[in-house]
Ligand binder design. Structure first.
Ligand code: FCB
Length: 453
């Protein structure tokens, strides 16, 4: 079967600053919460850090990576600016050398005919702002708007798509609730306070710099990781209720305020006492968060299986069936489910972009020097097939980006997990395109997917 995609479909790949750049303190960059966190013993597998990562900050490396993108045939590339490169301590004038790096990325993409998609925040808060309370403080929203303003002022004409916040649910629950990510805080009250300020920062920036405010050149939207949350035992009412609650915390907590201007009533009720009735919400906030976005980015990886536990707890159940190296269930149908749900319940005709989809496998170079990641080819093919089915069902999908262009620093898992279309030998920084690279190249060239059956 030949499954074609719409003309102009944005075929892309994604990366983020801390995960690839290295050069942790080059050219006046200040420390971020991730620099601090990774240097805290016991946080990251093997004590890995992003100090060097893929060395993508290096000018020669940057231009070689941009050439790889051309070879791949990319139409779009998602990358993130690290806030403390632009403002080393999170406030004040721009650090020109930091800004120049992102200018070089954007110019390099334009020279090669690739559309830049810039993520303003992929979790790299300046450590100096963390010391003032970070996302628990409302003032961080003001600082974020000022930082976004510097980027928009410098690159607003050249960058057509801007991502305000990448996966606020991860910053919320991993960074401020469970402590697995920077800044390593815990507790639901912290998590919900951070969530509100992350959402507010998104709304403020869309309102100030989005297409409606600035004449349509630059499009602004958030990226949400949407997860189908399933009851471990669908016949159990308790498991279904537990799954509904997790859906509220993972998905609706972000979708409802952005697209309906309200927090989910069940979540508000559950945390009313703990948060003094969401005391951090001011009267105008929800209208700001509800400012119409220009698009929504969706990251899809895997569904979650939930069972009801004792004492009102929820239990995460292991995946059924095939899984990736990270032990994430491989569930292409969940991708279709997510895209159609978001369209039906929230976004209607708003353009959607799949900003991340991909998988980690135990990739290695074989004796011939090749990386034959056939599992990744199967994964991507099966997921793209579902994206195509969603398009056929009327989902206004404008693009699809693979996570990731390169193997890179995978947060608390360090360098163990490899998600790239390109294998990175970290010791030498040599890049070796994997089998999936050649396969994706063919898809982009044909603007279509060839599948059997
Ligand atoms: C997403 C993140 C991205 C990467 C992938 C695997 O949650 O946005 O940085 O770590 O997962």
């Amino acid at each position: 079967m030949h499954l074609s995609f719409p003309a102009g479909f944005l075929w892309g790949a994604a990366t983020s600053g801390y995960q690839i750049e290295g050069a942790a303190d080059a050219d006046g960059k200040g420390p971020s919460i991730w620099d601090r966190f990774t240097h805290t013993p016991g946080t990251i597998l093997h004590g890995d850090t992003g100090d060097h990562a893929c060395n993508a900050y290096d000018p020669a490396r940057l231009s070689a990576d941009l050439d790889l993108m051309v070879e791949l045939g990319l139409k779009a590339y998602i990358f993130s600016a690290q806030w403390p490169r632009i403002q080393p301590d999170g406030r004040g004038p721009a650090n020109a050398r930091g800004l120049d790096y992102y200018r070089r990325v954007v110019d390099g993409l334009h020279e090669r005919g690739i559309v830049p998609i810039l993520t303003i925040y992929h979790w790299e808060l300046p450590q100096a702002l963390q010391e003032k309370g970070g996302w628990l403080e409302r003032d961080t929203v003001e600082r974020f708007v000022a930082y976004a303003g510097i980027l928009h002022g410098a690159l607003g004409e050249q960058v057509p798509y801007w991502i305000t916040q990448n996966e606020p649910h991860t910053s919320t629950w991993e960074g401020h609730g469970g402590g697995r990510h920077a800044p390593g805080l815990r507790g639901e009250r912290n998590a919900l306070t951070a969530a509100h300020h992350l959402l507010l920062s998104h709304g403020r920036v869309v309102r100030e710099f989005g297409a409606a405010a600035t004449g349509g050149k630059a499009h602004y939207g958030a990226v949400l990781a949407i997860t189908p949350v399933r009851a471990a035992d669908p016949a159990s009412a308790a498991d279904r209720a537990a799954a509904h609650r997790v859906d509220g915390e993972q998905n609706r907590l972000f979708l409802d305020p952005i697209f309906r201007g309200e927090y989910p009533e069940d979540i508000r009720a559950r945390y009313r006492t703990l948060t003094d009735d969401f005391a951090f919400v001011r009267p105008e906030d929800l209208a700001i968060i509800h400012t119409p976005s220009d698009f929504l980015g969706i990251n899809y990886y895997t569904p979650t299986r939930i069972a009801a536990g004792p004492d009102d707890r929820v239990l995460l159940r292991g995946p059924l069936g095939p899984r990736t190296a990270m032990d994430w269930a491989i569930d292409p149908a969940g991708f279709h489910e997510v895209l159609t749900r978001v369209r039906q319940e929230y976004t209607g005709q708003l353009p959607l972009i799949v900003t991340e989809n991909g998988a980690s496998f135990r990739d290695y170079l074989d004796p011939e020097g090749r990386c034959r990641d056939t599992e990744r080819v199967d994964f991507l093919r099966d997921h793209l097939r579902e994206a195509q089915r969603a398009l056929a069902d009327g989902v206004p999908l404008a693009g699809y980006c693979v996570w990731s262009l390169l193997d890179n620093f995978e947060w608390d898992s360090g360098y163990r997990e490899r998600f790239g279309l390109v294998y990175v030998d970290y010791a030498t920084q040599r890049r070796v395109p994997k089998e999936s690279f050649a396969w994706y190249q063919g898809v982009i060239r044909a603007n279509a997917l060839e599948v059997g059956g």
